[in-house]
Design a protein around this ligand. Structure first.
Ligand code: FAD
Length: 305
């Protein structure tokens, strides 16, 4: 693989592109600043049989300590813009969701307030079907342009097959652009909602730490009742539990914190221990919410429900 084109670099440290700050390098890495450049990169990789992955804000990502084979792409410039068209917002998928929520509020548009506390990109939010405070991505998304090995497709929310914290996007498929349809509103109440959401977040979650947010999904198992994954981990004695440099947060038991020198292996071992304790105490199998990039064995049930 010596004939790679300009802009593609070798051995790029991915830990600096994730919020937990662990993991090794990408074998190949490139920033795509336009749709044409993204399509070109994917065609180039496809012709050579190189696997392609994508990183957004890395706020839900665990990168293998050994690094990631293939090409990792990050979207920027034209693919991270935020533009208004009446009550529609057209975004590059590299645009940050809190910025989209704030700009919508300033423009007097309502519907995407829930994005203010989700520290990811539009593309990552679509891939993960991110939501918060009852707000729903699928309700405001008009379409997403997805580029993959077979070219570009414009998909509707129905075609993206959203369910709890997932879409049906396949590995190698990259959301390049998206359009949201919002409702006009007076700007002041929308801004007040954002301020309220921010202060509720500050009260409930730790800030200023290296974390990927919720480690496990909230269980759908009826034995959990209405207890969240964080409440189950807390009751199973996981709050503050530490493996190597990784620790379940004292403030929110479903958040794992990198205390400074954690590896991805520490994080995975801690997840395994948390999952084991919840299973032993309540019989409930927690499923990871965090996504893996490269060879990471996330602890999960053998048969995915
Ligand atoms: C403090 C904190 C609070 C959080 N709160 C919430 C919350 O309230 N609600 C919530 O839902 N989530 C929350 N999260 C999790 C996270 O922010 C979301 O899952 C977010 O949508 C991930 O976006 P990202 O750009 O960071 O994706 P990444 O972490 O970079 O990637 C996640 C997955 O999406 C894929 N991906 C990224 N970009 C694209 C793209 N353009 N096209 C296709 N696939 C892509 C990646 O390959 C990977 O599989 C929180 C995280 C943190 C750290």
């Amino acid at each position: 693989m010596d004939d790679f084109p300009e802009g593609v670099v070798r051995d790029y440290p991915l830990s600096r592109l994730t919020t937990i700050r662990t993991g090794g390098p990408a074998e190949l890495f490139a920033r795509a600043g336009s749709l044409a450049q993204l399509e070109w990169l994917l065609r180039w990789a496809n012709r050579r049989g190189i696997e392609v992955g994508v990183v957004g804000s890395g706020s839900n990502l665990l990168v293998a300590d050994a690094g990631v084979r293939g090409l990792i792409v990050k979207l920027d410039r034209d693919l991270s813009t935020i533009e208004f068209d009446g009550a529609r917002i057209r975004c590059g998928a590299g645009a940050r969701l809190p910025a989209v929520a704030t700009k919508a509020a300033q423009a007097g548009l309502t519907g995407i307030e829930f994005g203010v506390n989700i520290p990811g990109t539009v593309g990552g939010a679509i891939r993960m079907n991110a939501n918060a405070y009852g707000g729903e991505l699928a309700r405001v998304l008009e379409w997403a342009d997805v580029v993959g090995p077979e070219g570009r497709r414009r998909l509707t929310p129905a075609e993206l097959g959203f369910s709890y914290r997932r879409s049906n996007l396949r590995p190698g498929e990259i959301v390049a652009r998206a359009s949201f349809t919002l409702e006009p509103s007076a700007s002041e109440p929308v801004r007040r909602t954002l301020a309220d959401m921010r202060s509720r977040r500050r009260a409930a979650q730790p800030s200023g730490i290296k974390t990927f947010g919720s480690t496990f999904k909230n269980p759908l198992d009826c034995r959990a009742g209405d207890r969240t994954a964080g409440q189950l981990l807390d009751a199973a004695g996981c709050r503050g539990l530490q493996v190597g440099g990784a620790c379940f947060s004292h403030k929110h038991a479903n958040f794992i914190e990198n205390r400074g020198d954690a590896t991805t292996a520490d994080v995975v071992a801690l997840m395994e221990e948390g999952r084991r304790r919840v299973k032993e105490r309540f019989g409930i199998e927690l499923e990871p919410e965090v996504q893996a990039l490269g060879p990471v064995e996330l602890p999960r049930a053998r048969v995915d429900a």
